[in-house]
Design a binder for this molecule. Structure first.
Ligand SMILES: NC(=O)C1=CN([C@@H]2O[C@H](COP(=O)(O)OP(=O)(O)OC[C@H]3O[C@@H](n4cnc5c(N)ncnc54)[C@H](O)[C@@H]3O)[C@@H](O)[C@H]2O)C=CC1
Ligand SMILES: C[N+](C)(C)CC(=O)CC(=O)[O-]
Length: 490
């Protein structure tokens, strides 16, 4: 059944939550007194639509409806999750929770986006304190998976588990902090780095751009994949963490940091920083900068996905959940043999497009290769079989590029077996957007023994599955373009 999220406060963060929930198929009910809220959320949704669906190699469910409500009471009606993202003022948050709890279901999760308040502060005076927990996200909420989940001592254990399950269902990673602390974990870091940066600008050591370069050309990329401790463990060389600590421990008492001190936010300092920031990136609007940021994030996260590491490993885990109960998770026996086999349903990611503004040619092969992998898995040539020593190698490929397709489009691939006999497997893939045929891919593969690297017969189980589809597909009319070659000029 479709789930419902209530978004209370639809600014930068509430808009990001609305997009994350809606693009994962939830109905979203928003309350925000700002008359501009609908326009602003619409713009965030537009950015989210072009970036989030292509993160994974499986299409997201159909987008949920986003409704704008006239009151908190209306917004929380029927909600499974209520996310508070009103301004960072405790009295506004308390007033909001009182109104929310007067009208919401007692078993709904109430998450707060607060960057710094502890759950015990948020829960003061609440009708049901255990229902309210910190669920602190990171901007852009629709792309970044981290949520710091801080329920505090009053937290209801069943509701905490429910919150974790619901977050993982929308592709997020709940970092459950058992002890509450001001600004949780991540914002303590960000605050420390922010203070150092303010000093460096104020003291005329570096400009805003030089500081950003120090991060983005070096340790920032490192942090994105291994964090702090694993990075430093590697930096300790073969002797690891202990050596690293012995070598760099003394620096902690050297004057390397100004952390104990905060520069005063004088008009002069604010103007200096804002002026340098305008000079650095003022030629781009905030929405344009958001799109640059999103393109980069999608590309980096998909790179990590290929490595099955960090935030990319999380995307792979999410895909397993997304496949469940769909044809992409079906077994061979569940699929009729007299019809082409569905082998892909995915969104064209941002990083698959080229200078011509459409999906670039190598990605057609990428998508067809993934479809072949899925077909191999279906007939039994899965990871376990491959690790036992058998697999297929592709010997020949012919692709016809029939129509263009753009980032964000949902494409499907169906596969026919032209020949499935002994070690030979001849496949014909058809790629479509809706009913529009975009491309065909014809591939000839041979089963091999991974030890000898020579052709060999597949397992009887694989051959039986292959023959079943080959016989069924032989009854269908031959697809247009089968056996096509470019031909040599005469
Ligand atoms: N901006 C950021 O980078 C991050 C902010 N947060 C947290 O998210 C929360 C919201 O911050 P932003 O989205 O940045 O602020 P924002 O100023 O962009 O949005 C706040 C929204 O709340 C609405 N609002 C004001 N009073 C309201 C009320 N009584 N009921 C419903 N809506 C009301 C405003 O109209 C506005 O649209 C804060 O607690 C903040 O600490 C968390 C992570 C990152
Ligand atoms: C600056 N900030 C404290 C609002 C930042 C956050 O809370 C998280 C983020 O997205 O950086």
């Amino acid at each position: 059944m479709t789930k419902t999220a209530a978004i209370i406060g639809g600014g930068v963060i509430g808009g990001g939550w609305a997009a994350r929930f809606a693009l994962n198929g939830w109905t979203v009910q928003v309350f925000d007194p700002d008359p501009e809220a609908e326009r602003k959320i619409g713009e965030v949704m537009a950015n989210a639509r072009r970036s989030l669906p292509g993160l994974t190699d499986v299409a997201l469910p159909d987008e949920g409806e986003v409704r704008f409500c006239a009151s908190i009471a209306e917004a929380v009606t029927g909600a499974d999750w209520i996310q508070e993202s009103v301004p960072e003022r405790l009295e506004i948050k308390h007033k909001t929770f009182a109104e929310v709890q007067a009208h919401c279901a007692a078993d709904a999760v109430i998450g707060s986006s607060t960057s710094g308040f502890k759950p015990s502060q948020l829960q003061q005076g609440a009708a049901r304190p255990g229902q309210i927990m910190v669920a602190h996200p990171f901007n852009p909420v629709y792309l970044l998976p981290l949520v710091e989940l801080v329920p505090g001592d009053a937290g209801d254990p069943a509701l905490i588990e429910q919150a974790k399950t619901l977050l993982s269902g929308i592709g997020m990673y709940a970092l459950h902090l058992k002890k509450e602390i001001d600004a949780h974990v991540a914002d303590r870091f960000l605050e420390a780095v922010w203070r150092e940066a303010l000093w460096l600008v104020k003291d005329g050591i570096a400009t805003t751009e030089e500081i950003d370069n120090a991060i983005r050309y070096g340790f920032g990329i490192r942090w994105a994949q291994m964090g702090l401790f694993e990075t430093y463990r590697v930096a300790g060389g073969e002797a690891g963490m202990k050596h690293f600590m012995a070598q760099f421990g003394p620096c902690l008492s050297w004057p390397w940091t100004k952390l104990m001190d905060v520069p005063e936010f004088t008009d002069e300092l604010v103007d200096l920083i804002a002026g340098q920031s305008d000079a650095q990136s003022g030629d781009l609007s905030i929405r344009e900068l958001e799109r640059v940021r999103d393109n980069n994030l999608v590309t980096m996260m998909r790179g990590l996905k290929a490595q099955d590491w960090g935030a990319g490993a999380l995307l792979n885990q999410q895909e397993v959940l997304m496949r469940q109960g769909t044809e992409m998770g079906a077994r061979a026996a569940d699929l009729p043999a007299d019809q082409p086999v569905p082998t892909a349903r995915r969104t064209v990611p941002l990083d698959w497009t080229d200078y011509n503004g459409h999906m670039t040619e190598s990605r057609y092969l990428h998508a067809f290769a993934d479809a072949t992998d899925r077909f191999m898995e279906l007939i039994g040539c899965d990871a376990a079989y491959i690790s036992s020593g058998g697999s297929y190698f592709t010997a020949e490929t012919h692709i016809r590029h029939l129509d263009e397709v753009h980032a964000g489009a949902v494409i499907t691939i169906t596969t026919r077996v032209v020949l499935g006999e002994g070690k030979k497997m001849h496949l014909f893939h058809e790629m479509r957007e809706g009913d529009r045929l975009l491309a065909t891919g014809e591939h000839f593969l041979l089963h091999v023994d991974l030890e000898t690297r020579k052709p060999s017969p597949p397992s009887p189980q694989i051959e039986a599955n292959l023959v079943r589809f080959a016989q069924g597909h032989a009854q269908l009319p031959a697809p247009d373009g089968l056996g096509r070659a470019i031909g040599a000029p005469r």
